[in-house]
Design a protein around this ligand. Sequence first.
Ligand code: ATP
Ligand code: MG
Length: 318
Amino acid sequence: MIEFDRVVKYYGTHRALDGVTFTVPDGCVTVLIGPSGCGKSTSLKLVNRLLEPDDGYVRVDGRPVKSFAVEELRRGIGYVIQSAGLLPHMTVQDNIGLVPRLLGRDKTWRRTRALDLLELIGLDPHSYARKYPSQLSGGEAQRVGVARALAANPPVLLMDEPFGAVDPLNRETLQNEFISLQRKLKKTVIFVTHDLDEAVRVADRIVLMQDGLVIQEAAPEELLGHPSNAFAREFVGTDRALKRLGRFSVSDYMSQDTSRVESEDHTSVPASATLREALSRILAVPSDQIPVRDAQNRILGSISLEAIRRAGYGGAST
Ligand SMILES: Nc1ncnc2c1ncn2[C@@H]1O[C@H](COP(=O)(O)OP(=O)(O)OP(=O)(O)O)[C@@H](O)[C@H]1O
Ligand SMILES: [Mg+2]
């Protein structure tokens, strides 16, 4: 667990963090979000001690970070930044092996680890290991950045707008890959973004910041359903009820009664889809419900407009 406890940080006379308190539970993705300049990157850098607080505490597993030797602390923390920050004169394999090399791992170990990680992030190990960063697309470089952060198998990952420089389509792919990777690895992640859709997609918890302060710390559905003040309401936007539907799965709201389902209905929705997708599909047909199918295309039941409306209304009433 990582805790921010009334953390204050100045740059000269500018008070960038004004008493920031929030908790990052183990094995979860906590997203820091807020307008430009609100203190997200500053907060991240206090965790791996690229910066030191002027007041308050940052603790990892109950220990103030300043009680760790910097190398010991950073060994347990992977850091991913926008545009990946790969070293241009090193191959992909050597970039991934950077931290293990500093930790004294031998060449064979580093090569095996790099190939395994390339496999894990979905790049063909044998064609990518010897490429240079300039031979990668933005999305590929970002994946290698994630692999590099994972190389020493740290329990904690700090990700500062990791997909910020990637176009929207590739960005969604990277987000989905990150979500499935995280399901396997269960790292303790602090993920910075200023894209609310990205936050809602990847977060277990969201910490909304403004001007060096935490405005609200909540699960995404809670933030969207009950923004705590005018700023939070404005930030999550007028389509927050729709965004919130993106957090709910069809499988949790469907009816298993197949008697009203016409098997020749062309429009259906996978059980794994979100209620937001289901709503979009229902709106495109004359009926007020559509069949739900499994991965093998078998009909499992149906999802109705009424069930979606009830799910949306359940928390979006403020
Ligand atoms: N090295 C620095 N020297 C002086 N001021 C700084 C420095 N780094 C950041 N700041 C200021 O501190 C505040 C917080 O900066 P920070 O980089 O944490 O914001 P951010 O939330 O990450 O913003 P963005 O979304 O634009 O990345 C800003 O007002 C910024 O101008
Ligand atoms: Mg930043």
